[in-house]
Design a protein around this ligand. Structure first.
Ligand SMILES: [Zn+2]
Length: 339
């Protein structure tokens, strides 16, 4: 019995030793998303998170790849991400859509069709996805985020949680855009770029009623609970925080990774800090902090980072560059950010 136990222990140690250190994981040294053919993490404890613009991130864990939002194609006035929807042809297990605004959604039907991914979205987004005819009903799940909507993957479960769309006043955003335009060095867009942007901008039409309902009923956050206790919270619009989000945190002291919204210039920090206080992430990765070149000013990360450090000195806030792997060992919480 003792010998057997020793053998099992030795095997476990041996198995652990065979995996590369975090900084030597091929997936943590590559800028290529796994969905586009990049390496998967070899260590079954390692999760690789990759920023793909706006609020889009990829999660690769074991044999599973999940896209958080699917607005991969970029408008001409955005910083190109270096990834196109056509590249996302490998196995994608699920696309978790935050809400029915184009930059979170417009490539979900195409990538869903290319990869056979399960597409999870709110009722407004699924109405549009269904209309494209690209994703079978069997591969689409409509969620409202009010409890009990859980999806199982290899080593973790995902629960849909009702979020809230940002309510930054239009007047404020117009001032932000005007200020950005006034200091922009870049020239205007070519007719081709304008046509490209018009096509993408009009791709996901919503009715006036849907635009209203989207704010309180159509924004879905996702809570990922790993079998080993590791947790991730993701939301792609800047709230405020909701009862459903408070419910999912009941009995939990914190999450390990928080994909936390940061949107709306100087109005954003107090809202983002409400999320930080609720989720208390060990590692905070921002969503929708994208600077919309020429039209909106970049979201400065410094003031937010200082506010987080003052109140939560043990939270690590990272704004990763596009496609850079953020690797975390879900068992040990060791963190490595590639370059
Ligand atoms: Zn939106």
């Amino acid at each position: 019995m003792l010998l057997t136990a020793l053998f099992v222990l030795a095997s476990a140690l041996g198995a652990r030793a065979q995996y590369p250190s975090l900084d030597q994981e091929p997936a943590c040294r590559s800028l290529l998303p796994t969905a586009a053919g990049g390496p998967r993490p070899q260590n079954p404890d390692v999760a690789v998170l990759r920023f793909l613009g706006v609020a889009n991130y990829e999660l690769a864990y074991r044999d599973t790849v999940v896209l958080l939002d699917a607005g991969i194609e970029t408008l001409s006035w955005w910083e190109p991400s270096g990834v196109t929807p056509e590249m996302m042809t490998k196995d994608v297990d699920a696309i978790l859509v935050g809400h029915a605004h184009g930059e979170h959604l417009w490539d979900a039907p195409y990538i869903g069709e290319q990869t056979g991914a399960l597409v999870v979205a709110d009722p407004i987004a699924t109405r549009w996805i269904r209309g494209t005819g690209r994703v079978d009903d069997a591969r689409m799940k409509t969620v409202k985020g009010l409890g009990g909507e859980t999806f199982r993957f290899n080593g973790f479960s995902v629960e849909a949680v009702l979020g809230h769309h940002n309510i930054v006043p239009d007047e404020y955003m117009q001032k932000d855009r005007a200020a950005a335009a006034a200091v922009a060095l870049k020239g205007g867009l070519t007719p081709e770029q304008q046509a490209h942007d018009r096509r993408l901008g009009g791709m996901v039409p919503t009715t006036p009623d849907e635009r209203t309902r989207l704010i309180t009923e159509g924004t879905i956050a996702y809570f990922l609970a790993f079998d080993n206790g590791f947790t991730i919270f993701y939301t792609d619009s800047a709230g405020p925080t909701t009862d459903a989000e408070r419910r999912i945190m009941q009995g939990r002291p914190n999450v390990d990774i928080g994909f936390i919204p940061y949107y709306g210039g100087e109005l954003a920090i107090p809202i983002t800090m409400d999320y930080i206080r609720l989720f208390k992430p060990h590692v905070m990765l921002p969503t929708h902090h994208d600077g919309h070149r020429n039209r909106m000013l970049d979201m400065p990360m410094g003031p937010l980072g200082l506010a987080i450090r003052d109140e939560f000195p043990r939270t690590t806030a990272i704004a990763p560059l596009l496609r850079v792997p953020v690797c975390i060992n879900t068992a040990t919480r060791e963190l490595y950010v590639g370059n």
